[in-house]
Structures are given as structure tokens and as C-alpha cells.
Design a protein around this ligand. Structure first.
Ligand SMILES: [Zn+2]
Length: 311
């Protein structure tokens, strides 16, 4: 069976895997990124990681379709350049051509959130769905759109930034420079912020301000805490509205929700599905199933490999 190497370049770790054309991971490995050593060192170790994986998997080089890389920043897929990767300090780093040359295999690049979305649509919760919206609820809200099995990139590679739909023009400041983006309310950070705001206003709660996490808020809401329930209601309401806006445009079969906050399970998904169906067009809501992501941290490598398997 044909395979490919999927690489997920992160700020702390570089994950790599050999993935077959059914989307199954044959073997995987991760190494530290060491961002401080600079781009050429990282590229050299990505090359080494790819070689080690191919060798250890016993895959013939002729059966390897190539290498796909998810990069956590702005990229230019035409030129094969990482334009800006803030968390590893890259600016205009040529990635594709040097690696193609050193490995002797075709190399493909994608933004990491898009690669993760592609992974879920290829072999995860969106498997078999030709169109999917994928979001990651973590520190921020990442998003990707898959149409007919391909990543929707847009004119400047910004398609799918669902987290930055402005829902409250007068709302809290967002990292993007605007105010009141979806992610200021419906990310893990947003949920904690909403809870803290209510606590500061003196609302009664069993939540403790110290080390407060979004998981605490969801768990406490389930136990009947009024403040936590109000926060969950607001975060899911806003997320449902944002997803409905995106879904009315894309008309997806699946909306895949991943990231740390998705672990809240029904406490998140039940009110989210309810809010979504209140705002999405009826025919849009009727076909769009909202499901938890299933690949977890492997989504990035699986999606990256798909770039090479089915270019
Ligand atoms: Zn924003």
C-alpha cells in the first residue's frame, strides 16, 4: 500500500508519522523543535526524522508518495515558503524546495490548522464527508474548511478563520487586533475570562479563581452551579451562532470540533447543537452533524500525509 510521511511542526515538538492511503498511522515519532537553533537546523532534523521513519517502517522509498508538512503560521504554498511563523521565529523560510532536494521526494506544505482539519476529514470524525468545517477549541479557536476533500485556502491563505468572526464589535480585545471575535468568548481562554468577569461582579459560585480552567467551568456547570451554567450558555450560544454563519456559506456534512475544550463532551455538544440549529438555515442544519474530533494530536500528521498521498 502507498504511504507518505506526515510532519506536524510545532513550537515545542516536531511530530512525524508514516501514514498509509487509508489514513492509518503505521509508525510515529516526535522530536523536540529547538526553535532557538534556527530554520536550517530544524529543516535538517525534519529531513532526518522523515528518513528514520521511512527506514523503521520498512516502507520502500518507491512506495512513499512524499512528505507533507503542517506549519504553524502563514505560508505560501505556491512558493513553498513559511512566510511568518511567530512561535518558532521564522520569516520567509524556504521549506519545500530544500527538503525536496535533500530527500528526493515531493514535499507539500499546509498551515497546521488546515492540516489538522484535513486529517479529521480524511481519517477522523469527518471521514467520508466531502465537505467539513473543522474547529479547534483551545487557547484560541482555530478553523479549517474542507471542500471536496481539499483544504479551502483562499486568496491569502486565510480561509476558515472562524475564530475571528466578529460577533461583538464592542467586545473584548482579540489577538488579531479586532474586538469581540468568536474566540474571545468561545475558546478555553474566553470561557475562563467570562467566568472571572462574573466572579469579579460578585456572583456566587463554587468556582475558585486560582488556576481556573475551562474544564472546571464545564464540570461545575454540570453540577448545577448557576455562574458556570451561564458561562457555558453564553460560550455555546456564541459558538453556535458563529458556526451557523460559516455553515450557511459552506453547507458542510460535518462540523468537527476538537481541542482541549471538546473533552467537556455533552456539556459542550448538547447546548452547542441546540444553538447551532437555532441559527443555521434549516436545510443546512438538517445535514450538518456536529461531532467531536477523533484523531486528537495525530490529526496534524495524518492531514499532512494526505497532502502527499492525494495531491
Ligand atoms: Zn480576532
Amino acid at each position: 500500500m502507498r504511504t507518505a510521511v506526515g510532519i506536524d511542526l510545532g513550537g515545542t515538538f516536531i511530530k512525524g508519522a508514516i501514514v498509509d492511503e487509508a489514513g492509518t498511522i503505521v509508525i510515529k515519532e516526535e522530536i523536540p523543535t529547538h526553535a532557538e537553533r534556527g530554520p536550517s537546523d530544524i529543516l535538517r532534523r525534519i529531513e532526518e526524522l522523515a528518513r528514520v521513519l521511512i527506514e523503521r517502517s520498512g516502507v520502500e522509498l518507491t512506495d512513499c508518495a512524499g512528505v507533507g508538512i503542517g506549519v504553524p503560521g502563514f505560508i505560501d504554498t505556491e512558493a513553498g515558503v513559511a512566510v511568518e511563523v511567530i512561535n518558532i521565529g521564522w520569516k520567509n523560510v524556504f521549506v519545500r524546495d530544500p527538503l525536496t532536494e535533500s530527500l528526493g521526494l515531493p514535499v507539500y506544505m499546509e498551515n497546521d490548522a488546515n492540516a489538522a482539519a484535513l486529517g479529521e476529514a480524511f481519517a477522523g470524525a469527518g471521514k467520508g464527508c466531502e465537505s467539513a468545517l473543522c474547529i479547534t477549541l483551545g487557547t484560541g479557536v482555530g478553523g479549517g474548511v474542507i471542500l471536496e476533500g481539499k483544504v479551502l485556502r483562499g486568496a491569502s491563505h486565510m480561509a476558515g478563520e472562524i475564530g475571528h468572526i466578529v460577533l461583538y464589535p464592542e467586545g473584548a480585545p482579540c489577538n488579531c487586533g479586532h474586538r469581540g471575535c468568536l474566540e474571545t468568548v468561545s475558546s478555553a481562554t474566553g470561557v475562563v475570562r467570562l467566568a472571572r468577569e462574573r466572579m469579579a461582579r460578585g456572583e456566587q459560585t463554587e468556582l475558585q479563581s486560582e488556576n481556573l480552567t475551562a474544564a472546571d467551568v464545564f464540570a461545575t456547570a454540570v453540577r448545577g452551579d448557576a455562574l458556570a451554567q451561564a458561562v457555558v450558555a453564553e460560550a455555546t450560544e456564541v459558538l453556535g451562532r458563529g458556526l451557523a454563519i460559516a455553515a450557511n456559506i459552506v453547507n458542510p456534512v460535518a462540523i468537527v470540533v476538537g481541542g482541549g475544550m471538546a473533552r467537556a463532551g455533552d456539556a459542550l455538544f448538547t447546548p452547542l447543537r441546540e444553538a447551532f440549529s437555532r441559527y443555521a438555515l434549516e436545510r443546512v442544519a438538517a445535514v450538518a452533524k456536529i461531532v467531536p474530533a477523533t484523531l486528537g494530536n495525530d490529526a496534524g500528521v495524518v492531514g499532512a500525509s494526505k497532502l502527499a498521498l492525494f495531491p
